[in-house]
Design a protein around this ligand. Structure first.
Ligand code: UDP
Length: 323
């Protein structure tokens, strides 16, 4: 198949492209290289079957050309990372809502199946764990910039599902939970790459808040397996599906595991949220996915735990630092 991956030069996108190429597909990448990079695509096997188009998902003419010849569209292009979202709220909203609208309109014109990578952020401040796909979303005030990301992604979900309801355009929405692995950069705030880099450099390892907040981390390889499976499961059409890992860990414990995995003697530094992200910042205390629907529709069960995640991230960051 000829497959379009928007955001294909990003962290998750590049792993997806690699897997699609290994399956023998022709892969077209549309990426503006804002948070993605050429380096992520370097050395992908099957490179002859890969073409990169540097441009924006907001460029309707370019999107139309690429979608018209694609048989499937994975839409991953998006602003990412709490740090970037807080620093660049206009870009966040415009790229997420505007870009998805353009891609969906083109898919609608051509009847091309579409997969949207959404996020566990859309559950917002929901406190009933685990989070099930049909649960209410609980957003904070519009004056708190973080929620613009969750709301923009929720609007993307509404739009994708609306195309399914009105036109039977085959769409699937996946909500990704804290996906981690090689090629993810700590630059936009993500905790694991950030803390691993700090530990390897002997810098203080920064724990925000009091460190009792928890997350469930997913190896990118598990997410890619699920993304590859979805087009082969028609029952996923018109559905929203959580993808993640349900093993929960506090950030303080995570920091200790990172010190162990790196053999670092860096000190832990507890930093109040206001100092890390500015006044009025809100964090989620717990975020745990229900994976029941993914298991039922896709036979999805994550195969990698935190030890494998830390092993792979530490190995990659070590290699990069020694260069
Ligand atoms: N975090 C931290 N130190 C850092 C970066 C993040 O303690 O250097 C915390 C952050 O406040 C949050 C958790 O780690 O509670 C996960 O943050 P991340 O930005 O990776 O993902 P998200 O908040 O979107 O789950």
């Amino acid at each position: 198949m000829r497959i379009l991956v928007t955001g294909g030069a990003g962290f998750i996108g590049s792993h997806l492209c690699q897997a699609l190429l290994e399956q023998g597909h022709q892969v077209e990448v549309l990426d503006d290289l804002s948070t993605g990079s050429l380096e992520n695509l370097e050395g992908l096997q099957g490179g002859r079957n890969l073409s990169l188009h540097v441009g924006s998902v907001n460029d309707a003419a370019l999107v139309e050309r690429l979608v018209s010849r694609a048989q499937y569209v994975y839409h991953l292009a998006s602003a990412v990372g709490v740090r970037l979202i807080i620093d660049q709220p206009v870009r966040t909203i415009e790229s997420i809502v505007g870009g998805t609208t353009v891609v969906l309109e083109a898919c609608h014109r051509h009847g091309t199946p579409f997969l949207l990578t959404s996020t566990s952020e859309v559950y917002g401040k929901g406190s009933r764990v685990p989070f099930c796909e049909e649960d209410d979303t609980v957003m904070g005030p519009t004056s708190t910039r973080r929620w613009s990301y969750a709301c923009a992604k929720a609007l993307d979900e509404f739009l994708a599902l609306a195309y399914w309801v009105e036109s039977r355009l085959p769409v699937t929405v996946v909500r990704l939970f804290n996906t981690v692995g090689p090629r993810q950069t700590g630059q936009y705030g993500m905790v694991i790459p950030n803390l691993v880099e700090q530990a390897l450099r002997g810098l203080p390892v920064t724990v925000y808040g009091d460190g009792t907040q928890t997350r469930c981390f997913t190896h990118v390889a598990d997410i890619v397996d699920a993304l590859l499976a979805i087009p082969h499961h028609p029952e996923t059409r018109g559905q929203v599906i959580n993808l993640g890992n349900d093993q929960e860990i506090s950030i303080l414990q995570l920091a200790r595991e990172i010190l162990k995995a790196t053999g670092s003697s860096s000190p832990l530094e507890i930093i109040p949220y206001e100092k890390a992200y500015g006044p009025g910042f809100e964090d989620m205390h717990r975020r745990v996915p229900s994976l029941e629907k993914a298991a039922r529709l896709l036979g999805y069960h994550p195969r990698h735990g935190l030890p494998e995640i830390l092993r792979d991230v530490v190995e990659e960051k070590r290699r990069k630092l020694s260069r």
